[in-house]
Design a protein around this ligand. Structure first.
Ligand code: SF4
Ligand code: SF4
Length: 546
């Protein structure tokens, strides 16, 4: 439990410099202990130092505030909330943002180095080595004296960086896209907004104080990252060099307090004033981008992703890393043929994969972990499509094979009879040499949820649908009486597909076989979990004889 300072305090300032965690500060003319930083001097002294030095006994134990915390009037004008459509919002996806996201998510798994000054640095080359980007951590930990690589990695592996800080980093990247000149304009976010974005408003098990402490910790961490960029000439965009500067300038954290009857301040709200770093002038500059002199790189941030990271980070960190990686990498196109080894490196780091290559037990553990994390990604809604040749059914995860079992009891029985009479069974353990096969296995693509679509791609699709709908009038179906779209361009909804399939009296399994998909894929489409792509729509139309 943290300590607090009561109204007996005579502001002698003896405690402020003695606190080993920097938890004591002066807020609104009064001394205050930040409960997020106070650790009761554990590991520093046998007794709390602020208690032993205070002559008037003003430093006492902080009892958690009981009852509901009254909402405060926030004197700051906060920026408009993100996710206006309730689903997704654009966010800056420049390389600096991606690499920083990777830094916060991967931490000790990245190939860190020490620069000339002995500072820990993570460097990536760009444009085949013609340029480079270097990220450093400018935080409370003093990295500015030489450390061994191992020691540095240990620090990063400790509680210092929290993978959930990637959510705040992405929220900042989203706010930056709402501004015309993010390198000049600041944005202001309240704890209420952050609570809502991260789904903390639904966490009834956490006290207000715990949520505020967590929000503060997560909000600060992306602002520790500094970026130094050497960019080569690309087309009309001239080469440029940006000296080391913060990726996000944390201009101010405003603490909002409620004072109790003893005169103790209780933190009841937070407001963050943040400004994007210099990178945004080159990578988020709409005006100059129109003139071809800079970049304007953005993508879509699904709100559901933030909630997912916040809930799976502890049990399935590998899945969280994969989701973050996919957020940036799924822009590349439909069929990406992602190597399983690439995903494993993303999820568990190069060292862990190399260890598995040489150690049998580690190999088994890694496969188990990968399949479980992939299931989490699938449950979230990004369904992996296994490449049939390199990733055949026999080495696919059991959860994926079980997804093909029909819902219908009779069909399910038939399925199990067929399974039992074959040479191999669904529940067979993986074949010998599964690891070797996985090394070369590929995932064709991940079925994207609608809220993951890139805004430009979404508006292109929307325009296309509108065009096709203008060209082709709707006609009623004879059998179902429901209206369906007859143009070969227009999209069938899941409900329409289900209705047409039932009219033809064919099962989900039969339809799936006709178009070369799994039964679970058809089920997901019919339940509206995602929309089939244009070519898949054509196949469905043919199978449904439209
Ligand atoms: S809490 Fe005590 S030691 Fe700290 S400033 Fe107040 S009176 Fe001084
Ligand atoms: S108990 Fe220790 S860590 Fe906490 S405020 Fe006092 S001096 Fe700082």
């Amino acid at each position: 439990m943290a300590y607090k300072i009561s109204s007996d305090c005579v502001a002698c300032s003896s405690c402020i410099n003695i606190c080993p965690t920097g938890a004591i500060s002066i807020q609104q003319d009064k001394y205050w202990i930040d409960p997020a930083l106070c650790n009761n001097c554990e590991g520093y002294a046998p007794q709390p130092l602020c208690v032993s030095i205070c002559d008037v006994g003003a430093s006492t134990l902080l009892n958690p505030k009981k009852g509901r915390v009254k909402s405060i009037e926030n004197p700051f004008k906060v920026s408009p909330s993100l996710f206006a459509n309730g689903v997704s919002t654009p966010f800056a996806s420049a390389i600096a943002i991606w690499e920083a996201c990777s830094l916060l998510a991967q931490r000790q798994s990245l190939p860190w180095d020490l620069d000339d000054k002995g500072t820990l640095v993570y460097e990536r080359s760009v444009s085949q080595g013609k340029g480079k980007i270097a990220l450093r951590l400018n935080n409370v930990i003093n990295f500015s004296y030489p450390r061994s690589h191992i020691e540095a990695q240990t620090i990063l592996a400790s509680d210092t960086l929290d993978i959930r800080a990637t959510c705040m980093h992405l929220i900042y990247a989203a706010y930056a896209t709402t501004l015309e000149k993010p390198w000049e304009q600041e944005f202001t976010i309240s704890d209420h907004q952050i609570e809502e974005y991260l789904g903390l408003d639904k966490r009834k098990d956490l006290t207000k104080s715990t949520k505020l402490n967590l929000i503060k910790t997560l909000a600060i961490q992306p602002c520790w990252i500094t970026a130094q960029i050497d960019w080569p000439k690309q087309g009309k965009v001239e080469a440029f060099s940006l000296p080391e500067s913060p990726l996000w300038h944390l201009l101010e954290i405003v603490h909002h307090f409620h004072e109790d009857e003893e005169g103790c301040k209780h933190l009841v709200g937070l407001t963050f004033r943040v400004k994007a770093g210099d990178w945004s002038q080159h990578f988020l500059n709409k005006k100059e981008c129109h003139a071809g002199r800079s970049f304007y790189q953005y993508s879509t941030l699904p709100k559901s992703l933030l909630g997912a990271i916040m809930s799976i980070w502890q049990q399935h960190e590998g899945a969280a890393r994969m989701l973050l990686w996919l957020l940036f990498k799924t822009r590349m196109g439909d069929q990406q043929r992602i190597m399983v080894m690439t995903l494993m490196r993303v999820a568990y780091g190069e060292d862990r994969v190399n260890q598995a290559i040489s150690q049998r037990e580690e190999r088994k553990r890694l496969i188990r972990m990968f399949e479980s994390d992939l299931e989490v990604v699938n449950r979230y809604g990004l369904k992996p499509i296994f490449e049939p040749v390199s990733y055949p059914v026999e080495i696919q995860p059991l959860w994926s094979k079980l997804a093909d079992i029909p819902d219908d009891a009779e069909a399910a029985l038939e399925f199990w009879i067929n399974d039992g009479s074959g040479n191999s069974r669904l529940t067979d353990i993986g074949p010998r040499g599964k690891w070797q096969m996985l090394i070369n296995a590929r995932i064709l693509s991940f079925d994207l949820l609608a809220d993951w679509e890139h805004p430009a791609e979404l508006s292109r699709k929307r325009r296309k649908i509108e065009r096709s709908q203008n060209q082709s009038p709707r006609q009623p179906t004879k059998s179902s009486g429901k209206k369906i779209l007859t143009s070969s361009q227009s999209l069938l909804s899941g409900e329409q597909i289900a209705s047409l399939r039932k009219d033809l009296q064919i099962s989900q399994r039969t339809l799936a076989e006709k178009i070369g998909k799994s039964q679970s894929w058809i089920r997901d489409v019919e339940n509206g979990r995602f929309q089939p792509k244009h070519n898949e729509q054509q196949l469905i139309r043919q199978a449904l004889k439209i």
